[in-house]
Design a protein around this ligand. Structure first.
Ligand SMILES: Cc1cc2nc3c(=O)[nH]c(=O)nc-3n(C[C@H](O)[C@H](O)[C@H](O)COP(=O)(O)OP(=O)(O)OC[C@H]3O[C@@H](n4cnc5c(N)ncnc54)[C@H](O)[C@@H]3O)c2cc1C
Length: 347
């Protein structure tokens, strides 16, 4: 099989790459173990244009947000399923400093389009926010499991998906191409998430990945007008189902839900909502984090046929489509990569 790209890993990164290549008519094969776990499958899928304590616009928001929305719309057309739901985020202000910062942010033209007038403020099912709240527009959430599975079904149907594990030691270098089993490709693109830390080709990249846990909940009293964000968050899924999370722990790299994680989320939740929900599921995953970076893409310094796409942190839904586009522009059209995310510029 002679193709342009062998993609290793079908999380949010590998899937965005595959859709970008498909859009351009570039041949690819995506290989993934298809285990029912994995970071992208554990994710809440929330997309927020303004994030962090500073309510700052995300990196290259003006490009990333429209491209993400366009990509998920296009996937919906191909798969016949809508996976993205637009929903405002009711963001509590957690201290006096955040309240002050919001006053400054209200003067910032890059931020004002995302600040909605909110006549309702907090709702009766919530606790009272100690320093007020602001309603943020432009976001929503992606049903990541449905998106990954529907994408996989399309790629599989087009003979562009294979279940398996690519061991970098099984790659054979042939002049300007690379061979893996019966596949001969121009590029091999590693989109392995946190498991990229054990790839010997990239053992010099400083991973500092972070475990996260999430609860699936049922409640008859919680509302579903918005995502509630107050240190942790509550995401309404409809029909009395909710998701809440998440924890953020460095060091402990296992994908197992823990009692401590569950307690941490439920304890925090009691400061956000009035009633206790019922916990119906509990999941964990590991966010790929690369020290000091919001994400990293680019070519391997010694193997021009090898590329890297990793370190999406908590921003996979928003950033994966833009980073996929930038990497494909770079590899197939020779476009330079933005310095902030370029593998070659940062390590
Ligand atoms: C609890 C939690 C909540 C989160 N919430 C959000 C959120 O609300 N919004 C958001 O944007 N992000 C969120 N994230 C972060 C988001 O999940 C990540 O940014 C994103 O999923 C990373 O995608 P990825 O494709 O890089 O990695 P992964 O999803 O880990 O995918 C990598 C894939 O590569 C496969 N793989 C690895 N090695 C090989 C190999 N050798 N051969 C073949 N396949 C291989 C793996 O099996 C896996 O399927 C959350 C994460 C967690 C843990």
């Amino acid at each position: 099989m002679r193709i342009e790209a062998l993609i290793v890993g079908q999380g949010l990164a590998g899937t965005a790459l595959a859709w970008e290549l498909r859009r351009r008519g570039i041949s690819f094969l995506i290989v993934d173990p298809a285990a029912p776990t994995g970071c992208s499958r554990a994710a809440a899928g929330i997309l927020t244009p303004l994030a962090g304590q500073r309510l700052a616009p995300s990196w290259r928001l003006d490009e990333a947000l429209p491209l993400a929305r366009q990509t998920y719309d296009e996937v919906a057309q191909v798969t016949g399923q809508q996976h993205f739901t637009a929903l405002p985020v009711l963001r509590w202000l957690l201290n006096p400093l955040e309240k002050e910062r919001l006053l400054v942010r209200r003067q910032d033209p890059a931020v004002t389009p995302y600040l909605l007038e909110d006549p309702a403020g907090a709702e009766s099912w919530m606790q009272v926010p100690p320093y007020g709240a602001v309603l943020l527009g432009g976001g929503g959430y992606l049903d990541t499991v449905a998106y990954l599975e529907a994408s996989q079904a399309i790629f599989h149907r087009e003979a562009a998906w294979q279940q398996g594990v690519v061991d970098p030691r099984d790659l054979h270098w042939e002049q300007s191409r690379v061979r893996w089993r019966e596949v001969e490709a121009r590029f091999v693109l590693f989109a392995q998430g946190w498991k990229g830390a054990s790839n010997p080709l990239f053992d010099w990249v400083p991973f500092n990945s972070a475990k996260g846990e999430i609860l699936d909940l049922e409640s008859q009293s919680f509302g579903d007008r918005c995502i509630l964000s107050a240190g942790k968050w509550v995401l309404p899924l409809g029909h009395g189902r909710f998701r809440a999370g998440s924890t953020y722990t460095h060091g402990l790299l296992d994908e197992l839900p823990s009692e401590e994680g569950k307690t941490e989320i439920l304890d925090h939740l009691s400061s956000m909502v009035r009633d206790k929900p019922t916990v119906v599921n509990h999941r964990a995953g590991i966010r790929p984090v690369i020290r000091g970076q919001q994400a990293v893409i680019g070519r391997h310094p010694g193997r021009p046929q090898v590329a890297f796409f990793n370190g999406l942190r908590s921003k996979g839904v928003l950033l994966a489509p833009l980073l996929a586009k930038l990497l494909v522009d770079h590899l197939w059209e020779g476009a330079p990569l933005p310095r902030e995310v370029d593998l070659a510029s940062n390590f």
